[in-house]
Design a protein around this ligand. Structure first.
Ligand SMILES: [Zn+2]
Ligand SMILES: [Zn+2]
Length: 264
């Protein structure tokens, strides 16, 4: 897939499922682990392209993720879907609005925009908009239309399914494909993954789940695409400890962890 940009880095801002890991009040071995790789904030990632930052989802941990990674500038947020663990932090872009004196570009489907309007009516309501509310520009995206994230930067949407009826957008840029919150991927959309050198895919846990790929289902997708490297994300405490699960994975498959950076 042709691309004019050269310098792309992916930072895993969070790699946990909607509860985060540790889960509140849980005393399982994963939630009480001392390994920093077993501390998982809600799933989000950041693309840094030619020095500019673009975030994929702003969940409830967005504020802390921006502070932890010392992010001083933000161009845009691209949303995968409207679940709260992926949108709840939108209000915190205010800090960037003040600091940079600019609007943040939001890219999402019409369905996600409708949800954002319900969740954050004050951002969109001209009458109640007051000084200090988040300032955004929105662009609607569609599954079959590559879009310009910035000038010369094209993202290719890939639509996957969460429950049977909830569309989630994955994204491909150059040799990188990022997919979270998938349960099924149609053969047509699978074609868009072909040739990915780096594949990020969600793997919730080992046992069946109605709306997320299990570890084995994620490994099936990886096996079909055969990327150079695959990274697992959106993991639950039920999947197990990083150190123990990693040993069981194929050589090209890695459990992502919060703060991990991958050069594309
Ligand atoms: Zn999620
Ligand atoms: Zn979800």
């Amino acid at each position: 897939m042709s691309n004019t940009h050269r310098d792309i880095e992916l930072t895993f801002l969070g790699t946990g499922t909607s509860t985060g890991v540790p889960v509140i009040a849980c005393s399982c071995p994963v939630c009480t682990s001392d390994d920093p790789r077993d501390k998982r904030l809600r799933t989000s990632a950041m693309l840094t392209i030619n020095g500019k930052n673009y975030v994929l989802d702003s969940g409830p941990d967005f504020r802390y993720q921006m502070i932890r990674e010392k992010v001083g500038d933000l161009e845009a947020i691209v949303f995968t879907h409207e679940h709260r663990d992926h949108i709840a932090g939108l209000d915190d872009i205010r800090a960037f609005n003040y600091l940079l004196n600019k609007r943040i570009n939001i890219f999402c489907t019409q369905r996600v925009l409708d949800a954002l309007k319900r969740e954050f009516p004050y951002i969109f309501n001209q009458n109640t908009r007051y000084f200090g509310t988040p300032q955004i520009n929105t662009t609607i995206i569609n599954k079959d239309q590559p879009f310009l994230l910035d000038k010369d930067i094209t993202l290719h949407p890939i639509q996957v399914w969460h429950f049977e009826d909830m569309p989630v957008m994955g994204f491909r840029i150059s040799d990188l494909t990022y997919i979270t919150d998938a349960k099924t991927i149609t053969p047509e959309e699978m074609k868009k993954l072909e040739g990915s050198r780096i594949l990020v895919i969600n793997a919730l846990r080992k046992s069946r789940h109605i709306s997320h790929l299990t570890l084995n289902e994620a490994l099936d997708v990886i096996q079909a695409i055969k990327p150079e490297k695959a990274y697992l994300t959106h993991m639950s405490h039920f999947l197990g400890k990083h150190e123990e699960v990693q040993k069981t994975l194929p050589d090209n498959v890695f459990m992502a962890y919060d703060g991990l950076k991958v050069k594309i």
